[in-house]
Design a binder for this molecule. Structure first.
Ligand code: T6T
Length: 326
């Protein structure tokens, strides 16, 4: 951590009777940590690459450390270990809106600049003087409500504007997937002949999501479509439709685009996929941290883009560049 080195330099200078000014940004090698939601997810692997590209361009050290599951119980000890390493700034995808507030306050108390990427804590409105979790400097992410609305319109079109659908989701309390579900339900209000059934929560377990699809279909033989609200939910939705023998009949809209989803688009197991731009999130996360560390003011929210993928456009290299790295 630079503050410690700088304090050490001041002490040495005082001993030598020398006077030194503040070190310039160029003299300092900052350390920025990135804690993903989980380490083995293509979305965060791609975010790491974007973050590394920015770190290399800026000459800062990037530390990537995370847990194997998307779970606050596992993420908090990782966060505490990272705080103990005293990075200058921390980028984190908090795995729960409430449970990460107090542990992240400890990072701020330790003098670390905190920015959240992908997910947010509290209400996601930072630096507005309200709420216990307004202290992060910035939130760099997709517009997940809009993404949910895009999914609703695509699914409505795929099923001809009528029929039963549901959301396959992770678990309540995660900002991104909560907002996608919210946006999806808002979007579906434009389609009075579509019935949105109860959301099924799969805990990021694609097998569970697949079994849930089959159970919903067993109860609703006229099920028309499903929205898989993240990578594992989408895998499970496509697998469940296949296991029910309904590929092509029950329509699937997927959020997130690892290579398997591209294969599913080509084979017709998935009808429409929404790619986030995780590399962009990582890149601008590091840039924002660097700006804050070098005394610039930073925007409290930075929105990144989406790319829509279908069977018809997936071979276009301009679209392909947004397929996640596995
Ligand atoms: O959809 C992404 C991420 O945006 C979300 O917060 C959690 O799930 C993913 O990592 C995909 O698995």
């Amino acid at each position: 951590m630079i503050r410690r080195h700088f304090a050490g330099a001041l002490a040495l200078a005082a001993l030598a009777g020398a006077s030194i000014g503040p070190a310039s940004a160029q003299d300092e090698k900052y350390t920025i940590a990135l804690i993903p939601g989980l380490t083995t997810d293509a979305f965060y692997i791609t975010m790491h690459k974007g973050a590394q590209a920015a770190a290399d361009a800026l000459g800062v050290e990037l530390v990537f450390q995370g847990a194997p599951d998307f779970n606050p119980t596992l993420q908090v000890p990782v966060l505490q270990a990272v705080i103990a390493r005293q990075p200058d700034a921390l980028l984190i995808a908090p795995t729960d809106k409430q449970q990460l507030i107090a542990p992240l306050q400890q990072a701020v108390d330790a003098g670390i600049k905190v920015i959240t990427v992908d997910t947010f804590i509290d209400d996601g409105q930072y630096q507005d003087g309200s709420g216990p979790g307004d202290f992060p400097l910035s939130y760099v992410a997709s517009d997940n409500v809009m993404g949910g609305k895009m999914a609703a319109r695509a699914l409505a079109e795929a099923i001809g504007g009528k029929g039963k659908v549901y959301v396959s989701n992770v678990k309540p309390g995660i900002s991104t997937t909560d907002q996608r579900e919210e946006g999806f339900k808002q979007g579906m209000e434009e389609f009075p002949d579509i019935e949105v059934l109860e959301t099924q929560f799969n805990d990021n377990d694609a097998n569970k999501a697949s079994s849930q699809l089959q159970a919903v279909f067993a109860r609703n033989q006229d099920l028309a479509g499903v929205f898989g609200a993240n990578l594992f939910s989408a895998f499970g939705a496509a697998d469940g439709v296949k296991a029910a023998g309904k590929t092509g009949e029950i329509k699937v809209v997927a959020f997130d685009t690892p290579t398997r989803i591209i294969d599913d688009l080509k084979s017709g197991s998935v009808d429409f996929a929404i790619a986030q731009h995780p590399a962009e999130i990582g890149y601008y996360g590091v840039m924002t941290a660097y700006a804050a560390l070098t005394g610039q003011s930073v925007p409290t929210t930075i929105g990144t883009g989406f790319t829509v993928m279908t069977k018809d456009n997936i071979d276009d290299p301009e679209i392909q560049r947004f397929v996640y790295s596995d």
